[in-house]
Write a protein that binds this ligand. Structure first.
Ligand SMILES: Nc1ncnc2c1ncn2[C@@H]1O[C@H](COP(=O)(O)OP(=O)(O)OP(=O)(O)O)[C@@H](O)[C@H]1O
Length: 302
C-alpha cells in the first residue's frame, strides 16, 4: 500500500488554494499491502488489519511527584498489529508506554491512576506479579542494552529465571528459535558464545528483541528502537517488526513519521500529556481530525 502523508482536513491544504505542506519526513511512504487472511479474526482498520483489543487503557494519568505527565488517557491497543505512539518531545509517549508493563513502578515518586487491562485483567491488581507481567509484556529500549554476557546467555537468561526449560537441549532450541525469529540466527550461529556487546548496534537491538521473545511475550513495547541505528540497521528492524506483528501485539514510540507510517497499522498522537487522536495509521496521516495532529505531522511544531 502506498499513501501520501497528509491531506488536510476540511478543504485545507492540497487542492484548496493553500500550498501543499511538506512533512519533515519523507512525503511518500510505502507499507505492505494489508492481508486480512494473515489474521483470521482481524478487522480492517484504516491502516491495515488488526486483531482484537489486547490492552485497554482507561483514564490513565501519571504523576512524577507533583508534576502530572499524562492526563486521562484512554486507548485500545489491538493484538497482532503495530500501534505507533507519536507526538512532540515530552508529550508523554514513553510514560504511557511504561504504564503497559508497570515500568513506572520502578521510578521513585511516580504514581499511575486509572485502569489498564490486558485481556480483560487489571494489570495493576495486587495479584499481578510485575516481574511476570514484564515477561508477558517485553520492552526494547532506545539504546540496545545486551547484558555483558555471551549471545547465548543473553537469550537464555529469561527462560532460565522463569524456569521455562528443563534441559540443555530444550534451552538450545529456545535460543535458536528466538534468534531465528529476531532475524539474527544466520549472523551469529557460529559465535553464540561470544560477547553480545561485540555485535553491531543493529545486531545488538535484534539480540535484545530475541531476548524478549525467548520468554514468550504477548506484547512487545519498543521505545524508539531505531534512534541509535543507521538506516540499514533501521530497515532490518522495521522488517522484523512487520514480521513480528503476525504473532504479537507491538507498541512503538517513534519520532519518525515515516517510520510510523511504514510499520504501524494504528497511530496515537499525544500532545502535552493528552491523547489527542487515534485511528488507523493511514487515516491519521492523510485525514487527521484534530488541528494539532495536522500541525505535528506537517512539521509545524515538534
Ligand atoms: N522519571 C521522571 N521524573 C520526572 N519527570 C519525568 C520523568 N520521566 C518523564 N518525565 C516528564 O514527563 C513528561 C513526559 O515525558 P516522556 O518521556 O514520557 O515524554 P516523551 O513524549 O516520551 O518524550 P521524548 O519524545 O522526548 O522521549 C516530560 O515533561 C518529562 O520531563
Amino acid at each position: 500500500m502506498k499513501f501520501r502523508i497528509f491531506r488536510a482536513p476540511d478543504g485545507q491544504g492540497e487542492g484548496s488554494g493553500t500550498p501543499p505542506v511538506k512533512t519533515r519526513d519523507e512525503v511518500v511512504v510505502t507499507a505492505n499491502e494489508p492481508t486480512l487472511s494473515r489474521t483470521p479474526q482481524a478487522t480492517a482498520g484504516a491502516g491495515g488489519p488488526v486483531g482484537p483489543t489486547k490492552i485497554a487503557a482507561r483514564d490513565v494519568s501519571v504523576f512524577y511527584g507533583d508534576k502530572q505527565a499524562l492526563y486521562d488517557v484512554s486507548l485500545d491497543v489491538p493484538d497482532k498489529s503495530v500501534t505507533a505512539l507519536i507526538g512532540p518531545s515530552g508529550c508523554g509517549k514513553s510514560t504511557f508506554l511504561r504504564t503497559m508493563n508497570r515500568m513506572n513502578d520502578t521510578i521513585d515518586g511516580a504514581k499511575v491512576t486509572g485502569r489498564i487491562e490486558m485481556d480483560g485483567d487489571d494489570i495493576n491488581a495486587r495479584s499481578i506479579d510485575p516481574v511476570l507481567l514484564r515477561a508477558r509484556v517485553g520492552m526494547v529500549f532506545q539504546k540496545p542494552n545486551p547484558f555483558p554476557k555471551s549471545i547465548y546467555e543473553n537469550v537464555a537468561y529469561g527462560p532460565k529465571i522463569h524456569g521455562l526449560t528443563t534441559s540443555k537441549a530444550e534451552m538450545d532450541q529456545v535460543v535458536e528459535a528466538s534468534l531465528r525469529r529476531a532475524g539474527l540466527w544466520d549472523e551469529v550461529a557460529d559465535r553464540l558464545h561470544s560477547a553480545g556487546t561485540g555485535l553491531s548496534g543493529g545486531q545488538q537491538q535484534r539480540l535484545v528483541i530475541a531476548r524478549a521473545i525467548a520468554v514468550n511475550p504477548e506484547v512487545i513495547l519498543m521505545d524508539e528502537p531505531c534512534s541509535a541505528l543507521d538506516p540499514i540497521a533501521t530497515a532490518k528492524i522495521e522488517e522484523l517488526i512487520d514480521e513480528l506483528r503476525e504473532r504479537y501485539c507491538i507498541v512503538i514510540v517513534t519520532h519518525s513519521m515515516a517510520q510510523a507510517a511504514r510499520v504501524s497499522q494504528r497511530t496515537a498522537f499525544f500532545h502535552m500529556g493528552r491523547l489527542v487522536e487515534t485511528g488507523g495509521t493511514e487515516e491519521i496521516f492523510t485525514n487527521p481530525k484534530d488541528r494539532r495532529t495536522l500541525d505535528y505531522i506537517t512539521g509545524r511544531f515538534g
